[in-house]
Write a protein that binds this ligand. Structure first.
Ligand code: NAP
Length: 303
């Protein structure tokens, strides 16, 4: 993997999706404070009153659910403004909760259109330019929900699990082309994501009583957690900037891995999931091996 693709000696041009709130909003001043330039994007750029176009800031309307054709056009406009985009931050997202039986196909597709296809399509629009320059960094805002499914948390978890898998492949596709890729596995951070007007819970009328407990438990937890999340998003943004620019706490790291797990809650969950997976593997190892062909040893590893 190229390690000098985003050398810190010159200002970098960042493009961040979903800048009206939370992490996206915090990225803009943090990027400028490092001496870099930023293309701040939002579905509605009128919702960015504190940000205006300057020599280092460019406001661009961008809905990540737009068509691929439109996203290619947005990428061309973005690249034209400062001559290049060095760092793409796929940040836009929202939380849809609901149990399998009650959440509709259309609602889940909408969740994926933003949290999964949105990231994939926006990235696809920028890859040709990064590839031709053999340089660039693509950041994806993932989640502990992409490691652990909770009851009634399926739609959001599914979108983040899908993202984790697809980005793992992307990293292997572009690591020899000078393009760095990072998944930021976030714990619970104090943004607006759990505000009543942002998170969505799917409950039909009438609802299935059998699921009252699962749905109400998650909904109550979201309400209780909102505003008390352990993670400080300002500090998370600083660590992401450190990683991309290889500065601060990341300055002396030889290799920065694909996954950057932020938040002590996230660290605990990822660790527990790894341990539980190992335990489950060990319990059924013999059975797992029992289905191989006899000539399986000669076949190339899957990686
Ligand atoms: N906060 C956490 O605890 C946490 C944990 C794990 C992962 N994450 C991830 O971090 C990312 C940012 O979340 P946040 O906590 O900053 O939430 P937030 O405060 O709710 O901000 C979400 C942003 O995404 C934007 N957005 C939603 N749909 C969009 C679309 N179709 N096109 C463009 N922008 C869109 C929103 O814009 P509008 O104002 O137009 O709606 C808003 O600017 C998300 O991907 C989320 O899944 C957050």
């Amino acid at each position: 993997m190229s390690t000098n693709s985003t050398a810190k000696t010159r200002p970098l041009v960042w493009l961040v999706t979903g800048c009206t709130s939370g992490f996206g909003r915090l990225f803009v001043p943090a990027i400028l404070a490092r001496g870099d330039r930023v293309i701040a994007t939002a579905r509605d750029i009128e919702s960015l009153p504190e940000i205006s176009n300057t020599k280092d800031v460019f406001l661009l309307q961008l809905d990540v659910t737009d068509s691929q054709e439109s996203l290619y056009a947005k990428a061309a406009t973005a690249i034209e403004r400062f001559g290049e985009v060095n760092v793409l931050v796929n940040n836009a997202g929202y939380v849809l909760s609901g149990v399998w039986e009650e959440v509709s196909h259309e609602q889940v597709v909408d969740q994926f259109r933003t949290n999964f296809f949105g990231h994939m399509n926006v990235t696809r629009a920028f890859l040709p330019n990064m590839r031709s320059r053999r340089s660039g960094t693509v950041v994806f805002m993932s989640s502990i929900a992409g490691w652990l499914g909770v009851a009634a948390g399926g739609p959001y978890s599914a979108s983040k699990f899908a993202l984790e898998g697809a980005v793992e492949s992307l990293q292997k596709e572009v690591c020899t082309l000078g393009i760095r890729v990072h998944l930021i596995v976030l714990g619970q951070f104090r943004t607006s994501i759990l505000d009543d007007n942002r998170r969505k819970i799917s409950r039909p009328n009438p609802a299935v009583d059998d699921y009252n407990s699962a749905v109400n438990t998650l909904a109550l937890r979201q309400v209780d957690t909102n505003g008390k999340q352990p993670g400080n998003p300002t500090l998370a943004v600083e660590r992401i900037l450190d990683a991309v620019r290889r500065e601060g706490m990341m300055a002396t790291r030889e290799e920065i891995p694909l996954r950057i797990v932020l938040g002590s809650d996230a660290g605990q969950i990822v660790r527990a999931q790894c341990l539980e997976t190992l335990q489950q593997l060990d319990k059924l190892q013999e059975i797992g091996r029992s289905t191989d062909f006899l000539d399986a040893r000669g076949i190339q590893d899957y990686k």
